[in-house]
Design a protein around this ligand. Structure first.
Ligand code: RP5
Length: 162
């Protein structure tokens, strides 16, 4: 897969059932990624250390999935200049509302781009990362074009007689 272009973080190994959709999409496009479990609350020093080194390692985009009082994306965004996407995860009795609000409601000056809750957000986070990479990589841009066309056809193929 070559160089690591996208870092995929999650606050718990239990988040992998959602974040595997991010990883699957990046794999399908053949983009180099690194997946890691790091918690803003439970491994704060390691999270900051990891975030601070990302840019010099050549990583271009960061995707963070977290549930509950989801601080992972915000913490990473505070410690890197790279674009950071947050995927809120349904992990508590609040069914993702807690993580959504934590992720989307960042103070001005520390941007996190929040995706939808759960698997749809996980997949779209990968697609957004690919769109950013595609600005400077024509191969990824071409693959995104093919993906879009296949998606269009698959919807048209599901028509039913009414
Ligand atoms: C968050 O707390 C994690 O991202 C996870 O979604 C949630 C619960 O963590 P576990 O108890 O499953 O490790 O930090």
């Amino acid at each position: 897969m070559g160089d690591i272009k996208v870092a995929v973080l999650m606050g718990s190994k239990n988040d992998l059932t959602i974040m595997e959709d991010t990883i699957k999409t990046l794999k399908e496009f053949g983009v180099g990624y690194e997946a890691k479990v790091l918690s803003a609350h439970r491994t704060p020093k390691e999270t900051v250390d990891y975030a601070e080194k990302l840019k010099n390692r050549g990583v271009k985009v960061v995707i963070c999935g977290a549930g509950a009082s989801a601080a992972l994306a915000g913490t990473v965004a505070a410690h890197t200049d790279l674009p950071v996407f947050g995927v809120p995860i349904d992990a508590t009795c609040f069914h993702g509302w807690d993580a959504l609000l934590s992720t989307v409601q960042m103070p001005p000056g520390v941007p996190v781009a929040a995706l939808g809750v759960g698997k749809m957000g996980a997949k779209n986070a990968a697609l957004m990362a690919l769109r950013i990479l595609a600005l400077q990589d024509v191969k990824i841009a071409d693959k995104l074009g093919v993906f879009k066309e296949e998606q269009r056809k698959s919807i048209l193929d599901t028509q039913i007689d009414l």
